[in-house]
Design a protein around this ligand. Structure first.
Ligand code: ATP
Length: 287
């Protein structure tokens, strides 16, 4: 096989708690990850030359070793003694620095692609062991779907998909660094913790309303405090019929969950007209 084209999907968090900061600086988390229908398209071509050539339609992204795709391919080359390289074309749809794990999703796609192009026949667990060295969300992105993520995000328990719902996802025109958010979170001072176990049991029992009622993300205490637009977007989505609205990851992306597709579409159209500088999507949960 010489060419592989893959979709790398974004995730949202249907709950995000931070339990503590570990002595090594990592945070111990407990979060519910959910793949959504927003995706990058990546085409990988196998080359005899060992170089890693990345082209993308987003000029703000690094094309060299700063790109997580580059890091993933290089690690695969080193780990499996691969003599050849790849050319990569990245068409980006996932908002950047948004709390949707776009870079990690691309890194996961690169691992799958190199495995296929070089016929390595790797098991998911082997890919995840390599992926966690690139980023804590990469093991989840390699798997996708619905999952409870614990540890630094790499200890995964697959869950059933929540009942079908429509989502309006919006990324205000500002970039939030994940590092900034975690540095400004005082995990030991958090007095309120999300009911992640409750979210998980509602997902298991197919209770969309119960799940929506428990949506909570402790990182909002940092990002939403700094950027009032987060609460504005949540309020907008709720006022337009969302069962619940929440910030994803470290933000600034906000999503609303709707039972009715028609209501979601109306909210989507209104938001596009009102928040013209946002990146706005109408989508759903994805496997
Ligand atoms: P997370 O939810 O995992 O915190 P994020 O959505 O906040 O991720 P990303 O979009 O993954 O953030 O990217 C954060 C930074 O990583 C960007 O500023 C970008 O420069 C860099 N980056 C490197 N490779 C990529 C890539 N393939 N796609 C997007 N960003 C990338």
């Amino acid at each position: 096989m010489d060419t592989v084209t893959l979709r790398a999907n974004a995730k949202i968090n249907l709950g995000l708690d931070v339990l503590r900061r570990r002595p090594d600086g990592y945070h111990e988390v407990k979060m519910v990850m959910q793949t959504v229908g927003i995706s990058d398209r990546l085409t990988f071509v196998r080359t005899a030359d060992p170089g890693i050539l990345i082209r993308t339609d987003r000029e703000e992204l690094p094309c060299g070793e700063g790109n997580l795709i580059w890091k993933a391919v290089r690690r695969m080359q080193e780990r499996y003694g691969i003599g050849g390289g790849v050319q990569v074309r990245l068409e980006k749809q996932i908002p950047i620095a948004a709390g949707m794990a776009g870079g990690s999703a691309d890194a996961a796609a690169a691992i799958h692609a190199v495995d296929a192009l070089y016929e390595l026949g790797l098991k998911l667990e082997e890919k995840q062991a390599l992926g966690v060295k690139i980023g804590a969300d990469v093991p989840y992105c390699l798997m996708g779907g619905t999952a409870l993520a614990e540890g630094i995000g790499e200890a995964l328990t697959p869950l059933p998909m929540p009942p079908a719902a429509s989502l309006v996802v919006t990324k205000p025109a500002l970039s939030v660094s994940t590092k900034f958010v975690y540095e400004n979170l005082h995990a030991d001072r958090l007095t309120v913790h999300p009911d992640i176990d409750g979210v998980v049991s509602c997902i298991r029992s197919g209770d969309l309303a119960g799940m929506a009622a428990r949506l909570s993300n402790v990182l909002e205490t940092v990002t939403a405090k700094r950027y009032p637009v987060i609460e504005e977007r949540k309020a907008f989505l709720k006022a337009h019929g969302a069962l619940a609205a929440l910030m994803s990851g470290s933000g600034p992306t906000v999503f609303g969950i709707f039972e009715s597709e028609e209501t979601a579409r109306e909210a989507y159209e209104c938001l596009r007209a009102e928040a013209v500088s946002d990146e706005v999507f109408l989508t759903g949960f994805s496997a």
